[in-house]
Design a protein around this ligand. Structure first.
Ligand code: DI6
Ligand code: FE
Length: 411
């Protein structure tokens, strides 16, 4: 068999669909890459003969799929450290939002920032994610809330893909909050549906449409209008729903066969089955829960029982989750939401790929899948959720190419 390279003396956490061994693990495995894809994987003792190929020694470490951060607001101007201080002096996230702070303070900073500034600060955060093994990232707009700035944000998101070896999926989040120049939420929804979304679609800047269905965001009737506009343009939908209160947004996403329902702290137990029936991935965002000091965790047992795919993401944003560490999100998912480390790793690989509509190409070590692969110097994959700032991948391959890692001395 002719391949570009193989790696042996390694254990594989394949993260293929569950039901088999934990983590889909294959000990003393071998993996072969050809033409940017995984060409073969299995037990070393079962492997075919690979002639004239580069052989890498995995030093008895573990291979996992490249990590996928399927929910971020990576691009924004300024920061909200002073708001963090106010919250610790007793003001709630909602109170700050009602006073014109919160998301709108970042909207002002983002509108005022140059493209270069926005790119540089987002690139810094993306480098942190990438150094931990993130090879695919979703990036939302939503801090422009006017046509010019939403377009700028999404163009910068697309451009980030040229700056680092990372796949970027973009999401239009026009329905994030009511911007200061509007008085009426319905008027604003009409504006984004009729003027902003079609233009963004025309320029091919968004892969999906998101919204904030919440008492400080938009009602489920307003959300429905946004989803209908997206559907007309053929764009898949997702949403920030049931985060701070119950709003019925998750049901709406299911009705539109959306990619994912994100946050879900206030999801009703019996709605888990509705998500499953409509193939909606539940995206858990424990960093926002942590920063906002929330009390109610998502109904994990109900989601588990209904076999809903659960993804885990950073939600990296300046207000409720100023955090650029997907491994820490996995740790928080375990400690705060009581996911198992295996579920957390499924959450940032297999399930995260499905949340982005990439389930056929990414998120698993599987023949024919993209060769986005990480090599970790660990004894067990649970270590990835267990340690805080203890692990970085030794080697990172994207589309089969070695793009670095923490230990280049093994090359
Ligand atoms: N929910 C979130 O977690 C982010 N947006 C949203 O709708 C937070 C946005 C922010 O506070 O800037
Ligand atoms: Fe978010």
């Amino acid at each position: 068999m002719q391949v570009d390279w193989i790696i042996k003396n390694v254990n594989l956490a394949t993260m293929q669909d569950r039901g088999g061994t934990p983590y889909g693990k294959i000990e003393d495995g071998l993996l072969a890459v050809h033409n940017k894809k995984i060409a073969w994987l299995g037990k070393r003792s079962d492997s075919p003969v690979f002639k004239n190929t580069t052989v890498i020694d995995g030093d008895n470490g573990w291979l996992t799929p490249g990590l996928i951060d399927c929910h971020t607001h990576l691009i924004y101007g300024g920061d909200r450290a002073e708001e963090f201080e106010k919250r610790l002096q007793g003001k709630s996230y909602e109170e700050i939002a009602h006073e014109g702070g919160g998301i709108n303070s970042t909207v002002t900073s983002t509108r005022n920032a140059s493209n270069e500034e926005l790119l540089a600060s987002a690139l810094h955060r993306l480098k942190q994610l990438h150094a931990e093994g993130v090879t695919t990232v979703e990036i939302k707009s939503g801090y422009g809330l006017d046509l010019v700035t939403e377009v700028r944000m999404l163009k910068i998101a697309r451009d980030l893909q040229n700056q680092l070896p990372v796949t970027v999926k973009t999401t239009f989040l026009g329905a994030h909050t009511l911007p200061p120049e509007f008085n009426d939420k319905d008027d604003y929804i009409d504006f984004i549906c009729q003027q902003v979304m079609p233009e963004i679609h025309k320029q091919n800047l968004a892969d999906a449409v998101d919204l904030f269905c919440e008492n400080i965001g938009f009602t489920s009737a307003q959300s429905k209008k946004v989803f209908e506009a997206a559907k007309q343009l053929g764009l898949p939908v997702k949403g920030h729903v049931e985060q701070l209160t119950y709003s019925g947004g998750a049901r709406l996403i299911a009705e539109f066969n959306g990619l994912s329902a994100d946050h879900l702290e206030y999801l009703a137990d019996d709605e888990a089955a509705i998500l499953k029936q409509n193939n909606v991935v539940a995206v858990l965002l424990p960093a926002a829960f942590y920063y906002l000091h929330e009390k109610k965790i998502p109904p994990i047992n109900a989601l588990r029982k209904a076999n809903v795919e659960m993804a885990v993401a950073t939600d990296c944003n300046p207000g409720s989750a100023p955090m650029a560490s997907l491994l820490l999100a996995m740790n928080q998912a375990c400690v705060l939401f009581e996911l198992t480390p295996e579920e957390a790793l499924f959450g940032t690989t297999n399930c995260a790929a499905k949340a982005l509509g990439l389930g056929e190409h990414k998120g698993q070590l599987q023949t024919g899948y993209d060769a986005d692969i990480l090599l970790w110097n660990i004894h067990h994959p649970a270590e990835l959720s267990y340690g805080i700032n203890m692990n970085k991948p030794q080697r990172i391959w994207v589309g089969g190419s070695d793009v670095g890692g923490d230990d280049v001395s093994t090359s």
